[in-house]
Design a protein around this ligand. Structure first.
Ligand SMILES: *[C@@H]1O[C@H](CO)[C@@H](O)[C@H](O)[C@H]1NC(C)=O
Ligand SMILES: *[C@@H]1O[C@H](CO)[C@@H](O)[C@H](O)[C@H]1NC(C)=O
Ligand SMILES: *[C@@H]1O[C@H](CO)[C@@H](O)[C@H](O)[C@H]1NC(C)=O
Length: 355
């Protein structure tokens, strides 16, 4: 409530539009054009045409892909169809995708609107898939059990909490335990757009378990991707509109202490960590204006960044792929498996490249 009053007072002040406008354009990197960085052997993935917002590759090469996101203000090519979870086997020569069947009597399929996903594999090798869902533009986390033989997802549970009103991404630390990003403070669309325009940085990170839910980090200008280091000691969080990746130390009591931050000339979306090398692979939006204000004549481009030795004084940062949107629009995530890189997008296609 205090924040609502503060925002109203702010809104009553005159003359702030000009200053905020230039800051908004800068936060959205509106002037950036892409200098192409190509890879010799890339193919669009057949069967993905309406988005691949998030993806996660299991150590055995099976990839889960969330497709068909409907998100306020962002393009959707199939606004009236439910979203889906796709499965792809990266061990195949020319991998294809199949849609996983969702089973469970309490699950409302028509309103399925999947966003960030994360897997957790328990000691019996049961794979759980946790999915941020936006049924009717609300936020829930859906817990599924992956049934590999049946190629299906068994719905076990819907999780919702007042501290998780605007979920974007999550990283599982147990089947029913995770860290999640809230990309906005407000739920109401009008207030959301002002929050983003003014750069209030009221978005935050939540730790969730059935008996303990709390905010563990805050003051983000659009908290977006979240991932863990392979040893589980560090948490990486991308702050989309501040163009930053933050590194936190994770403690036994689940609190996070900030360690360092890196700044980029691009909007950092999702972070995927290579389980073998520990490198971070980041799907980025070089020009955010084009992703939030879609224009078919001037589509958003794609960019993938790799960060090696993030804890070192001078981490090695490489732009692995950059393209102006002729091929791939609005990359959100990139993940690697045995010399292959899979790149996902908000509402369009997915690309598979040899590295
Ligand atoms: C980003 O990628 C990671 C790892 O692949 C996944 O766990 C996470 O949910 C993704 N989130 C978004 C919003 O794309
Ligand atoms: C959590 O653990 C850290 C590191 O041991 C400690 O500094 C901090 O005070 C603890 N916080 C809570 C709320 O227990
Ligand atoms: C994008 O890049 C392609 C290939 O490099 C080029 O043909 C095209 O003209 C570019 N489009 C824009 C809008 O810059």
């Amino acid at each position: 409530m205090a924040k609502l009053i503060a925002l109203t007072l702010l809104g009553l002040g005159l003359g702030f539009f000009r200053d905020y406008r230039s800051s908004f354009q800068k936060r959205l990197n509106a002037d950036r054009e892409v200098t192409p960085v190509e890879l010799p052997n890339c193919n669009l993935v057949k069967g993905i045409d309406t988005g691949s917002e998030d993806l996660e590759i299991l150590p055995n090469g099976l990839a889960f892909i969330s497709s068909g996101l409907k998100y306020p203000g962002i393009k959707s090519l199939e606004p009236d169809k439910p979203g889906k979870i796709l499965l792809m086997d990266l061990n195949e020569e020319a991998p294809t995708v199949m849609e996983l069947k969702i089973i469970g009597s309490n699950f409302d399929l028509p309103s399925f609107n999947p966003h960030g996903i994360s897997t957790f594999t328990d000691k019996d090798n049961t794979v759980y898939l946790l999915v941020v869902n936006h049924p009717y533009f609300k936020s829930t986390v859906e817990l599924f059990k992956f049934q590999q033989e049946e190629k299906s997802l068994l719905h076990l549970k819907t999780i919702r909490h007042e501290l998780m009103p605007n979920l974007n991404d999550l990283v599982a630390v147990g089947p029913e335990q995770f860290y999640a990003t809230n990309d906005h403070y407000f739920v109401e669309p009008y207030l959301r757009s002002w929050e983003m325009y003014l750069g209030l940085a009221w978005s935050y990170i939540v730790y969730y378990s059935p008996d303990d839910v709390r905010v563990v980090a805050d003051k983000y200008d659009f908290a977006n991707g979240i991932s863990l280091s392979p040893d589980g000691k560090y948490v990486y969080i991308s702050e989309l509109l501040a163009h930053k990746i933050h590194v936190y130390e994770k403690h036994a009591n689940w609190t996070l202490t900030p360690l360092k931050s890196l700044t980029f000339n691009t909007l950092v979306d999702n972070i995927s960590v290579d389980p073998v090398t520990g490198d971070l692979w980041v799907g980025c939006h070089p020009n955010g204006m084009r992703i939030f204000y879609y224009d078919a004549k001037n589509p958003p481009g794609s960019e993938v960044i790799r960060i090696q030795d993030i804890l070192a004084d001078e981490p090695k940062i490489t732009v692995v792929y950059a393209e102006n949107g002729t091929v791939l629009q609005g990359s959100t995530v990139a993940s690697v498996y045995k010399g292959k890189m899979l790149v996902g997008t908000v509402y369009q296609k997915a690309l598979c490249c040899e590295l």
